[in-house]
Design a protein around this ligand. Structure first.
Ligand code: COA
Length: 146
């Protein structure tokens, strides 16, 4: 998509990113702390990097997409990365915004030396298949503390 820019998440993006996270899931844990969590992610103290996609609309850059990469070492496969919370503003869907975010995530994974990238998805399998991901049948198990 032309005219979009994918860059690192900044603290000041939190108000524009929060509605995207509510779009991603109705089950946001402690929603009153959501913006605070987004701001903390922008400080980047861990093995993760979050990005926003922005588009210039009437001379102002507006955040229209979000997504991140997290990574860690595991014994069997080496450096493993995950896509996290990729979401695009409804008004800008199917214009290649998520594809641009994935290009940046993939480039980072490559620079880091990741041996594989994993993700979970429910409704957007086609998006990831369009970026060469293959389905691996496994059971996702979660122990919830919320
Ligand atoms: C899923 C989502 C991130 C896709 O963003 P997007 O910017 O519209 O995606 P792109 O335009 O880059 O799509 C590229 C290709 O992926 C596929 N694709 C995109 N969205 C898809 C969907 N919902 N289902 C199946 N395939 C999809 C299509 O092949 C598309 O190419 P096409 O438009 O030429 O057919 C966006 O629709 C969204 O935020 N949805 C709600 C949140 C969500 O489900 N996020 C995924 C969490 S795992």
């Amino acid at each position: 998509m032309s005219g979009i820019n994918v860059r690192y998440l900044k603290k000041s993006d939190s108000a524009q990113v929060a509605p995207l996270i509510f779009r991603l899931t109705k089950n946001v844990v402690e929603p009153e702390k959501l913006q605070e969590r987004i701001e903390a992610l922008a400080t980047n103290l861990g093995s993760y990097q979050f990005f926003v996609a922005e588009k210039k609309i009437k001379d102002e850059w507006r955040v229209i997409g979000f997504g991140g990469l997290v990574w860690y070492q595991i014994p069997s496969k080496g450096l493993t990365a995950w896509y996290e919370e990729i979401v695009v503003d409804e008004a800008f869907e199917r214009q290649g915004v998520a594809t641009e975010i994935m290009k940046v995530l993939d480039a980072l994974a490559k620079v880091l030396g990741a041996k594989q990238i994993k993700l979970t998805t429910d409704l957007a399998q086609g998006l990831y298949e369009s970026n060469d991901f293959k389905v691996k049948e496994e059971v996702l198990m979660i122990k919830k503390y919320y």
